[in-house]
Every structure is written in C-alpha cells, then in structure tokens.
Write a protein that binds this ligand. Sequence first.
Ligand code: NAD
Length: 325
Amino acid sequence: MRILVTGGCGFVGSNFVRLALSLRPEWQIVNLDNLSYSGNLENLRDVESDPRYRFVHGDINDYALDMETIGQCDSVVHFAAESHVDRSIYNPRRFIETNVLGTQTLLECSRRSGGKRFVHVSTDEVYGSLPLERPELRFTEESPITGNSPYAASKAASDLIALSYHRTFELNVSVTRCSNNFGAFQYPEKVIPLFVTNLIDDKTVPLYGDGKNIRDWLHVEDHCEALIAVLECGVAGRVYNIGGDNERSNLELTHSILDILGKTRDRIQPVTDRPGHDRRYAIDASRISDELGWLPTRSAWPEALANTVKWYTEHEKWWRRLKVK
Ligand code: NAD
C-alpha cells in the first residue's frame, strides 16, 4: 500500500512515518509537507534513505500537487495543520487557510482521484470544554462539536467537512479525535518541551491562570498505532476518539517536570490565563478499543513523561536551533 502522509515533518506526522515504516514493511510513504516553522526534515533523518519513503516539498493548498501525489497513492493520512492554540489567537486566518481550505482541497482531490481512503487526524479540542465540577463527564463521539479557540474551530470545521465528503460523495473517510500527545520531536513552543527546555536553561516556566486546566495525555506513538488501526480497519464515515485515560492538571504536569529535572517550585511563573482557555478535556476511547482492539501500550505515566523529558535533555542540538526561531 502507498500512503500519502501530509505534514509528516511535524511532531505527530514524523512519529507516524517512522512507526509505520517499522511496523508495516510492505508500506510505502509519500510525505507532503511545506516545512512551515514546525515542520523539520531533521525529524526524519533516520528514514530519509529508506527506499519506501519519499519527501515532497509543497503546500496542501496546491491543488495540482495534491492531485499528482494523491494520484500516486492508495490512501491519505492527513496531519498537516497549523497546530498551536496560542498562535491561532494572534493569527486566526492562517488556521482557516491551512486547516479548513487545505483539508477541503485534499478531500476534493481524493474524490476526483477515484475515491481514496482518507484518515482525517482531528483532535479532542473540537468538543470544547468540560466543567471541572463534573469529573464523571467524558467526550464520546456523539458529544456536540463546540471548538472554542480559532485552532479548535478550524479543526472542527475540517472535521465536519471530512465527514461531509463521506455523507455527500461516499468518500471512504474516517475521522480520529485524539487527546494531547507527548513524546519526541515536539516543537518547543508546546507545553512539555517548552517547560523542559526552559528548565534546562535555568529559566522559569510560564503557567497559565490557576493551573487547574486538565488535559488527557497520550504518548504520541500510541496515537500513531491507533491511526494505523483506523487506516487499516476503520469504518467509512465513522469517528474514533483516541485517549490515554490519563488526566493531569497543568499544575500537576508542571510539578512532575520540575521533580524529574530536580528543580524547585519557585521556577513556576504564573501568567495571565489564555483567552477562552478550555478547562478540561476527557476522552471516552471505548469505541476504538471495542471495535478495533486498540489500547495504549507505552509505559505508564509518570515513567513515560520521564522518558520524554530525558529525550529532550539528550537532544539539545535538535531543540536549541528551534528555540531561537
Ligand atoms: P505540528 O505543528 O508539529 O506539525 C504540523 C506539520 O504540518 C508540520 O510539519 C508543518 O510543516 C506541516 N504543515 C503546516 N501547514 C502546511 C501546509 N499548508 N501544507 C503542507 N504542510 C503543512 O503539529 P502536530 O502536533 O504534529 O499535529 C499534527 C496533526 O495532529 C494536526 O492536524 C493536529 O490537529 C493533530 N493532533 C495533534 C495532537 C497533539 O497533541 N500534537 C493531538 C491531536 C491531534
């Protein structure tokens, strides 16, 4: 099978490419990425000479290029996106162009190429926010879509457009909605690599608001294994939640990182809360477990977090160049 991966030079995409090539020797991967600030060829240095892998430099909004690359492939796994909530607050338009229009362009090309299998990588942020006072609540695939930040709203729009291509044109689309990922190669503006790299430099870590916001953390490779399961066995038109059943408040996460690096609590610098900051995300991932047999298999928190922190301490050359951008 030949797969077009979009955004394969980013955090989740590069982990997917590496894992897919190692778990599926019969697969070939074409990676279409425009190398925006978070896309980095370094992330895939170890596979670039693999004959089953090919990089194509380009933008998903380039219709002719999409037609050409999709035409060479059997299926699409679509990661390419503007992905940082804070950036979406300062420049929302970019998020609409890439996440909404770019996704529609790819879907249209998949349809016109004879109907290619399409996995749209969405996020739990499309469900909006749960109240801290109702810990029993979790997002199911039937929860209403109410993305609150421009990032989440643009992902919600692309998620619904992907599903509309199934309902309207019978395109073989599945959508995944995953919780927060952690692991290697995450751009150092996101909370875990940002805090770890700040602390290595003996700086403070900026903690939003009261730090009580809760996220469900999943190792990026577990997310990627779930995507392989959805690509291979997912049902057309179906949505699959993916989560780690691993809820942590931002304050708890920060304390864990400080402890792992042997730093004191006075490194925490409280900062004004992010506008519209969602309070809690929690995922019910029983559908993908029951129907596709997927379960997370990476080591449990906090060991998995410690391994990720260690990766950043051992790959300073990788992140130092990106921190100054
Ligand atoms: P990232 O910012 O690290 O990677 C995005 C990649 O897309 C980069 O390689 C970038 O160069 C590429 N890209 C951006 N605009 C492009 C364009 N117009 N044309 C071609 N390539 C373009 O983001 P990430 O964290 O790896 O997220 C990847 C996908 O996974 C996103 O769709 C995101 O919504 C989804 N997701 C991420 C998480 C997470 O925790 N990181 C969780 C759930 C879902």
